[in-house]
Write a protein that binds this ligand. Structure first.
Ligand SMILES: [Zn+2]
Length: 288
């Protein structure tokens, strides 16, 4: 049974890039008779914006998305993350690290791998990685390979501020929710090898992955809350135009303007082909 998910972080209102991600995973799930779940990734509590989770859910609802089951909030899952952490610790896959973010840089140099330096206090927990290539097949991009020791090094699973790392939370929840297919933005492609490695270490199954082209604005910047992407409109007829733009971005160009949101979904659902999503990475969209 196919089971997909959309997993936004509540750091701001829904923008075009997240609409595209929600849409592609939703249509991929429904076109295969599968279930589609929504998970609010509020594990990084200091970054959460009050009201953002509700706003995202209301916007999804307004745009006509229908999800299965209750929404899962990562903030309710800390015990499960702690369990996973204990499992890794018992397997001697973790080590305490005293380094600050400033001391580390892009790739962890292994400073605390064989014990904390003298008179340093542990801050975070890192997962030991190795030199074996992680290989997976992306449904859109094809064969992928990453050697974690060369790309990131030993990575953090519990942070200095006591919070669990995003990578650990995602892996634990994807398994717990029985997710078989992950469809998400290419900005998360660089997280996939770490997530597969964690799945292996925790003896969890790996879902299949499809990474979408990233939506960029006219200046070529990735659309995100960080680059102040505009929230998508939440009234008709502007929302109907936005839906059509998202269909087009995903390789399905509407033959004529839609009358309503309902109308738009009625057109796309029977003709949706995940294979039509353009292979080229990104192109600019008009409303950015
Ligand atoms: Zn360290």
């Amino acid at each position: 049974m196919y089971r997909g998910r959309f997993a936004p972080s509540p750091t701001g209102p829904l923008h075009f890039g997240s609409l595209v991600a929600a849409m592609a995973s939703y249509l991929d799930a429904r076109s295969q008779g599968g279930e589609w779940l929504v998970r609010i990734e509020d594990v990084d509590t200091p970054r959460n914006q009050p009201g953002a989770a509700d706003s995202i859910l209301r916007t999804l609802e307004f745009y006509g998305f229908e999800w299965d089951g209750p929404v899962l909030y990562q903030s309710s899952r800390f015990e499960a993350y702690q369990c996973a952490l204990e499992k890794l610790r018992r397997a001697r896959a973790l080590f305490p690290c005293a380094c600050s973010r400033k001391e580390v840089g892009e790739i962890y140099p292994g400073t605390c791998r064989n014990g904390l330096p003298p008179s340093r206090e542990p801050r975070s927990w890192r997962l030991r990685v190795d030199d074996d290539p992680i290989r997976f097949n992306d449904r859109r991009l094809g064969a992928q390979e990453e050697v974690l020791s060369e790309s990131v090094g030993d990575f953090v699973v519990k942070r200095a501020n006591g919070l669990f790392a995003y990578q650990l939370a995602v892996v634990v929840d994807d398994c717990w929710q029985g997710i078989t297919d992950v469809v998400r933005g290419s900005d998360l492609l660089t997280s996939t090898a770490r997530q597969i490695y964690l799945q292996t270490k925790l003896q969890l199954p790996s879902p299949s992955y499809l990474h979408l082209p990233v939506a960029i604005d006219r200046t070529g910047d990735k659309l995100s809350k960080q680059t102040k992407a505009q929230p998508i409109p939440t009234s008709e007829p502007a929302a109907v135009v936005t839906l059509a733009e998202a269909f087009e971005f995903l390789g399905h160009t509407p033959p004529q303007p839609f009358h309503s949101i309902k109308d738009a979904w009625a057109w796309i659902k029977p003709i949706w082909e995940t294979g039509n999503i353009p292979a080229v990475r990104a192109r600019s969209i008009s409303h950015a």
